[in-house]
Design a protein around this ligand. Structure first.
Ligand SMILES: [Zn+2]
Length: 455
């Protein structure tokens, strides 16, 4: 290297070192603000305890939208507005009942109807049950299915370290199990809950019907009762089930994305979006799924205002409607962005729980991701040590599909998430304040870095 090049190299390295030092100071300020004056935990308390579960079309949907507007205003959003969406409206219609009938004995099982499923009518259905461990077994035994209730006893795979892989592996039984059984004449299905929790709470979630086959009721059963039913079937081939659910679907209704914004100082027409989803299932309060994501996103905006950091790009917090069912909030947000010819440079969401952060999952060009891995040392102190290529999040992916916007999702430790997910355990008390705050710190820090340096 000649002397001139060497001098340029030294000056540039100096700049880079200086920038990193400034960034590390800024990220420390972000962390201190959240640890000392953080509002995420308090916001989550209000959302979960005064609004509660927020199923599409429920009165809580509209209470949550009002809460979100106020929370964004209080956080310092310069503009807050609602974006109207058409959302599905499924109702549980009261407590569902499933009883295992062996001889003259009736044993109630802990169950929840699946989202979008149909009911049985007021009398319910009594039919013999057939246990299958997989779709392969269903196909092998398809001639035995007619007139029966199919019990999918597919177990959550415990060998995956990252539990979302177990979920993706098992959730097809919840999503498609009813129609696959109805194809062979089944009258209802019962699905082992998607969890490896040690309790007996059933876990609900969305399912869908294939219009080519009759729509039959579908319910999830808690793990203890799934094992109890499996044991009974192994001893007595004549086990029957009584099933009664009042679940039904009403016409589509209106829901809103709630959006808060601060204008960028240099590139006001270029947007960075950060979000979570406002809707939840109904057995509990939607704390980890996805109250924590909503309060994380609000906290990013609040911290920028509190630290008097005016971002170069416009920052939008979007609390999406209807993630759990049809994703209509996310679709609408990307659609309107396209109509308005907006420029979206980055979007991030938090929808994997309020647990200790470990990393971020990105959907973006590999060479860009490689470049920003240089930021990891800045976040390591706060728990993030991994930027992986992968899924960028259900609510941000439409921006990626529409514009190629790089998108990311916070990756917290996943070990406890499916203990709570879509069950009666998903309550405020199961969220740890410090872990929640660490998520907000890393999200704010990453958005700060993207705002400073782009992608
Ligand atoms: Zn969610």
């Amino acid at each position: 290297m000649n002397r001139l090049l060497f001098s340029i190299f030294c000056v540039l390295s100096g700049f880079i070192a200086k920038a990193q030092q400034n960034d590390s100071v800024m990220i420390r300020r972000i962390a201190n603000e959240i640890f000392v004056n953080g509002k995420a935990y308090g916001n989550l308390h209000t959302l979960t305890k005064t609004v509660g579960g927020r199923m599409n079309g429920s009165p809580q949907t509209y209470k949550a939208e009002a809460w979100a507007q106020k929370a964004l205003q209080d956080a310092g959003a310069e503009k807050v507005w609602l974006q109207q969406c058409t959302i599905p409206h499924w109702v549980r219609g009261g407590k569902e009942v499933v009883k295992m009938i062996t001889g003259k004995k009736e044993t109630p099982l802990n169950v929840l109807a699946l989202g979008n499923s149909v009911g049985t009518g007021t009398k319910g259905i009594t039919a013999p049950v057939i246990l299958v461990n997989s779709f392969d077994e269903l196909e092998q035994r398809k001639n035995e299915v007619k007139g029966k209730i199919v019990f999918y006893n597919y177990k959550f795979n415990s060998t995956f370290v990252h539990t979302f892989y177990s979920y993706v592996d098992a959730v097809r039984y919840r999503g498609a199990g009813a129609s696959r059984a109805a194809k062979y004449g089944a009258v209802a299905v019962l699905v082992r809950s998607m969890t490896h929790s040690t309790d007996n709470n059933p876990h609900t979630g969305a399912m869908g019907y294939n219009d080519s086959f009759p729509k039959i009721p579908a319910l999830a059963v808690g793990l203890w009762d799934a094992d109890k039913l499996a044991a009974a079937i192994s001893q007595d081939k004549k086990v029957q089930l009584y099933v009664k659910t009042n679940a039904h679907t009403l016409p589509d209704t209106i829901g809103y994305n709630v959006i808060g914004e601060i204008k960028g100082s240099e590139f006001p027409d270029q947007y960075i979006t950060v979000g979570g989803h406002l809707d939840s299932w109904d057995p509990a309060e939607g704390a980890h799924d996805d109250g924590t994501g909503c309060v994380h996103a609000i906290e990013v905006l609040r911290v920028f205002k509190a630290l008097h950091y005016q971002p170069k790009h416009s920052l939008r917090v979007v609390l999406f409607t209807d993630e759990e069912n049809r994703g209509s909030g996310a679709t609408k947000y990307a659609q309107e962005a396209k109509e308005k010819k907006e420029t979206h440079i980055f979007a991030m969401e938090s929808d994997a729980g309020g647990f200790t952060p470990r990393g971020f999952s990105f959907s973006m060009a590999p060479e860009k991701l490689e470049k920003i891995r240089a930021w990891i040392p800045l976040l390591q102190e706060y728990g993030v040590f991994e930027f992986q290529q992968g899924f960028g999040g259900a609510d941000t992916e439409p921006l990626n599909n529409e514009f190629g916007t790089p998108v990311a999702e916070l990756l917290p430790d996943s070990q406890r998430y499916f203990d709570y997910h879509h069950s009666s355990n998903d309550v405020f008390e199961n969220v740890n304040k410090r872990e929640l705050e660490l998520g907000a710190i890393n999200m704010t820090a990453l958005i700060y870095l993207v705002d400073q340096y782009g992608l």
